[in-house]
Write a protein that binds this ligand. Structure first.
Ligand code: TYD
Length: 209
């Protein structure tokens, strides 16, 4: 397996989704084979799971169910898309991965980082990212961005306390699992953020050899 597995992480509204599109354009231009995908989702089964998780009408979903559904979507994603892409030598770019579950379900939902990690380890085996880009941004800024457009999903609608807990969770996780994580300052312009991301990605690709 000689592909490069790269994940993008950060709070809601940190700009990852815009940047992942631009990274894709850059890789295309450079002639580097890649797959661009996201979580929850990324496969037909995963997208159906995503609809269940994010549906605003599912107010009665237990936190455990929520965590298991994210892990189930991830397990399918690894099996059907990520692992085959890596085996074919491609760069796999994924918008969110296990760190999101540890921050949102482990800390935000207070299920505990270790418990959430255990169900995810079961789901994904040993396929961990070669590089995680963590988009760091002032939490107040992210919420303004996200809620400005009025179509927030069930998780985004959880309010400031929840999102503050998630932010603090991410800050702790960066200390607990620093391996392969690079912090991107996402407060600047799109060009500045993209430049940092591409610099880290090129290093990871060069390391693969
Ligand atoms: P999405 O619209 O993809 O948000 P974003 O563009 O910010 O990534 O919705 C995904 C939501 O699901 C987001 O609020 C984060 C949350 N989430 C978890 O709670 N746990 C997870 O494991 C993942 C992958 C996402």
């Amino acid at each position: 397996m000689n592909g490069v597995f790269i994940t993008l992480e950060g709070p809601d509204g940190s700009g990852k989704s815009t940047i992942i599109g631009l990274i894709g354009e850059y890789l295309e231009k450079e002639g580097i084979e890649f797959i661009k995908t996201r979580e929850p989702g990324g496969t037909a089964i995963g997208e159906e799971i995503r609809d269940i998780i994010l549906d605003n009408k599912n107010t009665n979903m237990s936190y455990q169910t929520e965590a298991l559904l994210y892990a189930a979507s991830r397990g399918q994603h690894i099996h059907e898309k990520i692992l085959p892409g890596l085996k074919a030598g491609k760069v796999v770019l994924c918008d969110r991965f296990i760190l999101s579950s540890l921050a949102y379900q482990g800390v935000g939902r207070e299920l505990g980082i270790k418990k959430v990690k255990a169900i995810n380890d079961f789901a994904i085996g040993d396929v961990y990212p070669d590089l995680t880009l963590f988009f760091h941004i002032d939490p107040k800024k992210t919420l303004e961005r996200k809620f400005g457009n009025g179509d927030a999903d069930r998780l985004e609608n959880l309010g400031n306390d929840f999102h503050e807990k998630v932010y603090n969770g991410y800050m702790d996780l960066l200390k607990i699992y620093p391996e392969n994580i690079e912090i991107i300052d996402a407060n600047g312009s799109i060009e500045e953020v993209l430049e940092q991301a591409i610099d880290k990605i090129n290093k990871a690709i060069r390391q693969r050899g």
